[in-house]
Design a protein around this ligand. Sequence first.
Ligand code: BGC
Length: 557
Amino acid sequence: MSDPSWFKDAVFYELHVKAFHDGNGDGIGDFRGLLEKLDYIQWLGVDCLWLLPFFPSPLRDDGYDVANYRAISPEYGSLEEFRHFLDAAHQRGIRVIVDLVLNHTSDQHPWFQQARSSPESATRDYYVWSQTDKRYEKARIIFIDTEKSNWTWDPAANAYYWHRFFSHQPDLNYDNPEVQREMLDIMSFWLDEGLDGFRCDAVPYLFEREGTICENLPETHAYLKEIRKRLDQTYGDRILLAEANQWPADVRPYFGNGDEFHMAFHFPLMPRLFMGVRSEDWHPIVDMFTHTPSIPENCQWCLFLRNHDELTLEMCAGEERDYMYYAYARDPQMRRNIGIARRLAPLLDNDRRKIELLNSLVFTLPGSPIIYYGDEIGMGDNVHLGDRNGVRTPMQWNADRNGGFSKADPLKLYLPPISDSVYGFHVTNVDSQRQSPHSLLHTMKQMIARRKTQPAFGRGTLTFLHPKNDKVLAYIRRYRGNELLLVHNLAGSAQPVELDLSAFQGQVPIELLGGSRFPRISKGLYSLSLAPYGFYWFSLEQPQHDDPSYGIEGSVV
Ligand code: BGC
């Protein structure tokens, strides 16, 4: 068996099968198409794919409304094709995790259809029913832009049912041991198929208790530990990644004592990275780490900039939220629910330097980075598409018809590809960036490769330096005698910085991305200057006897 802590060094890549590549020409991406693009994923250096839900679904929430947990949606292919894809991924050393949607099903799921038909039905108690909509009133509404209540009246059932998300997504009743068992069995079904784990959707909401906000309840944690136990007992090095959009202190319990989730997204950090670069100030980023508790040794944060949802501002209150809207979504069309439905490149005004800078932060801060498909080439979005579809458009492979995504009639595509003159597939695509050695794609590939040479990125401790210049974020990562110094200029102007590196006196900084040696660290403050949005990844090394000295070291000014 491989190293069970592989996920700590891994680079993740999130994609939707429907959006990546269409192998059968019907306008919708599928497993055949994805298989054809595995070489690209391998070339980029990705270790683990996260696939969005690919199960049969009425697609009213892009597959998070599951109608059958044990099948592949026919649009994406057959179980055979899925297996073929998974084998091919594994042969290339790429792991694959998928969403496990625990909290709710689609209202089209046979369990719900049966449940609503009669109070006596075998699955009635799979869901949460009530004769009044006044229960659990302290629970907030999550999709405030579409839902008015967490209860919806079902005339067929003659009762209200409970739902934390869309009203067509009834919540499962985890007080029912049958539901608990069903979901464990579904997990085993996919692990037996060979999947490497799950991104567990919306985990804080599994149980409801009167008088509480119905989030993060002890009962929920107890059940999640059962899931972990099943995983560990039979399946070795597979992983569970938690989607718990919460403050770090509330996410911390999802790691348990290393016996619940292996990983959890760091939701509140994400908007602070955007705030830091926009305000040219390291405080929002460093402050977030002072609120981040330590996690067990066998666990890991998952760091991200964008995903398939809106850039959520749920973990930003008052002024911070206003600031984010002001800075990144002045046009109300860009806003969805509590957040901003835009992709990385347009959020950053397509400024290569800012895109690289933010990626550098998620590659070098503690955690494992996850890249959202298309962001490695700076794909754009379409804010005029409904829901969060603007960031879910087809992957842009080349300048051919449909951006090389599909051979179908363009009108048949599941969503129109981006075609404007800045981000459109004619200009922004994988082929052209592969041909251009200085493209964003090549830089991303290089960052991934460099990150892998240094286990301190995935496993090291974090110490912030506090330079006087608050536009420059600098920190040390340490792991088993290896020491890295990361320096980021959050400003759009060149910046000087003086760092207190007295603890490293005598050592030589080697810049990992360019391979150059910098002057040896001596007594006193260490001076650096950084280009606008520039950054350095230094490895601090012991000097070699025959190290040449640099002009700058010996010079007398
Ligand atoms: C997913 C969303 C989805 C929601 C309800 C999430 O957190 O990321 O895309 O709409 O769960 O299932």
